[in-house]
Design a protein around this ligand. Structure first.
Ligand code: NAP
Length: 249
């Protein structure tokens, strides 16, 4: 198993895509450290499920917006595991509204969680990766950051920012044997998309060539590939997983 004893940090691991990421890496032999914002019960349940099937999972309640808290947590992680092999920046939120209705709080909340949160976590682990001269980062962006979606100016801006961040960092650290890639999922069935109104779901389905939403596992399997040796010549790339939604003629 390629990931046996690899230390993999995943943010936002309790639900949806994050949960699938935690399971996929844990069942491929990794020691998975995952974070979440508030749901202690769900985190404990996931840890138990994974351990009952022979995997390893170590959950931490940690707000990706809190730089100081992350700094202390990073020290704890490095002291306990002595290294980190893979970082997956997955935590994210939406607060969809037309721009004319979007408050400054709606804007800042999404940018702070999705983009500044990714900076906070990556900034704290990049030195570890640089010292190791080895590592792999996978950032979860969105198709919304590639094509832009109405009522998501805050979210599209944060996710487009993640793609630019990914390319810039990939160029910066490539010579140190650190790869940085992103995944841009389309519509994936999770709590996040469960709140979409029926008429919007119908409209989106009509625009997706594969005529269905994706599964969290579709994203997790791609992340496993981007973190594996099989993708050792891929860096700075954004892998779109959207059933063809953003395909151009
Ligand atoms: P989800 O089901 O809403 O889960 C979000 C996860 O992020 C939860 O584990 C949550 O923890 C955690 N989280 C939220 N705010 C956080 C914070 N401030 N600090 C730490 N953790 C935080 O979301 P999802 O659909 O799986 O989405 C996961 C990622 O994929 C996000 O970045 C999202 O933007 C992206 N994405 C999703 C889709 C989609 O269709 N679902 C499409 C494109 C991109 P708690 O459980 O404790 O709240």
């Amino acid at each position: 198993m390629e990931f046996k004893d690899k230390v993999v940090v995943i943010t936002g691991g309790t639900r949806g895509i994050g949960k699938a990421l935690v399971e996929t890496f844990a069942f491929n032999g990794a020691k998975v450290i995952f974070t979440y914002a508030q749901n202690d019960e769900m985190a404990a349940k996931l840890k138990n499920e994974i351990e009952s099937k022979g995997g390893y999972a170590d959950p931490y309640k940690l707000d990706v917006k809190n730089y100081e808290e992350i700094e202390k947590w990073r020290d704890k992680i490095i002291e306990k595991y002595e290294k980190i092999d893979v970082l997956i920046n997955n935590a994210g939120i939406i607060k969809d509204k037309a721009l004319m209705m979007m408050t400054k709080e709606d804007w800042l909340d999404v940018i702070d969680t999705n983009l500044n949160g990714l900076y906070n976590i990556t900034r704290n682990f990049i030195v570890t990766f640089m010292k190791q001269k080895e590592g792999c980062i996978v950032n979860i962006s969105s198709v919304s950051g590639v094509i832009g979606l109405p009522r998501q100016t805050n979210y599209s801006a944060s996710k487009g920012g993640i793609i630019a961040f990914t390319k810039a960092l990939a160029k910066e650290v490539a010579s140190l044997n650190i790869r940085v890639n992103a995944i841009a999922p389309g519509f994936i069935s999770t709590d996040m998309t469960a709140t979409l109104k029926d008429d919007l779901v119908k409209k989106m389905l009509s625009l997706i060539p594969l005529q269905r939403f994706g599964k969290p596992e579709d994203v997790a399997k791609a992340a496993l590939f981007l973190a594996s040796k099989d993708s050792s010549y891929i860096t700075g790339h954004t892998l779109v997983i959207d059933g063809g939604l953003s395909m151009r003629d």
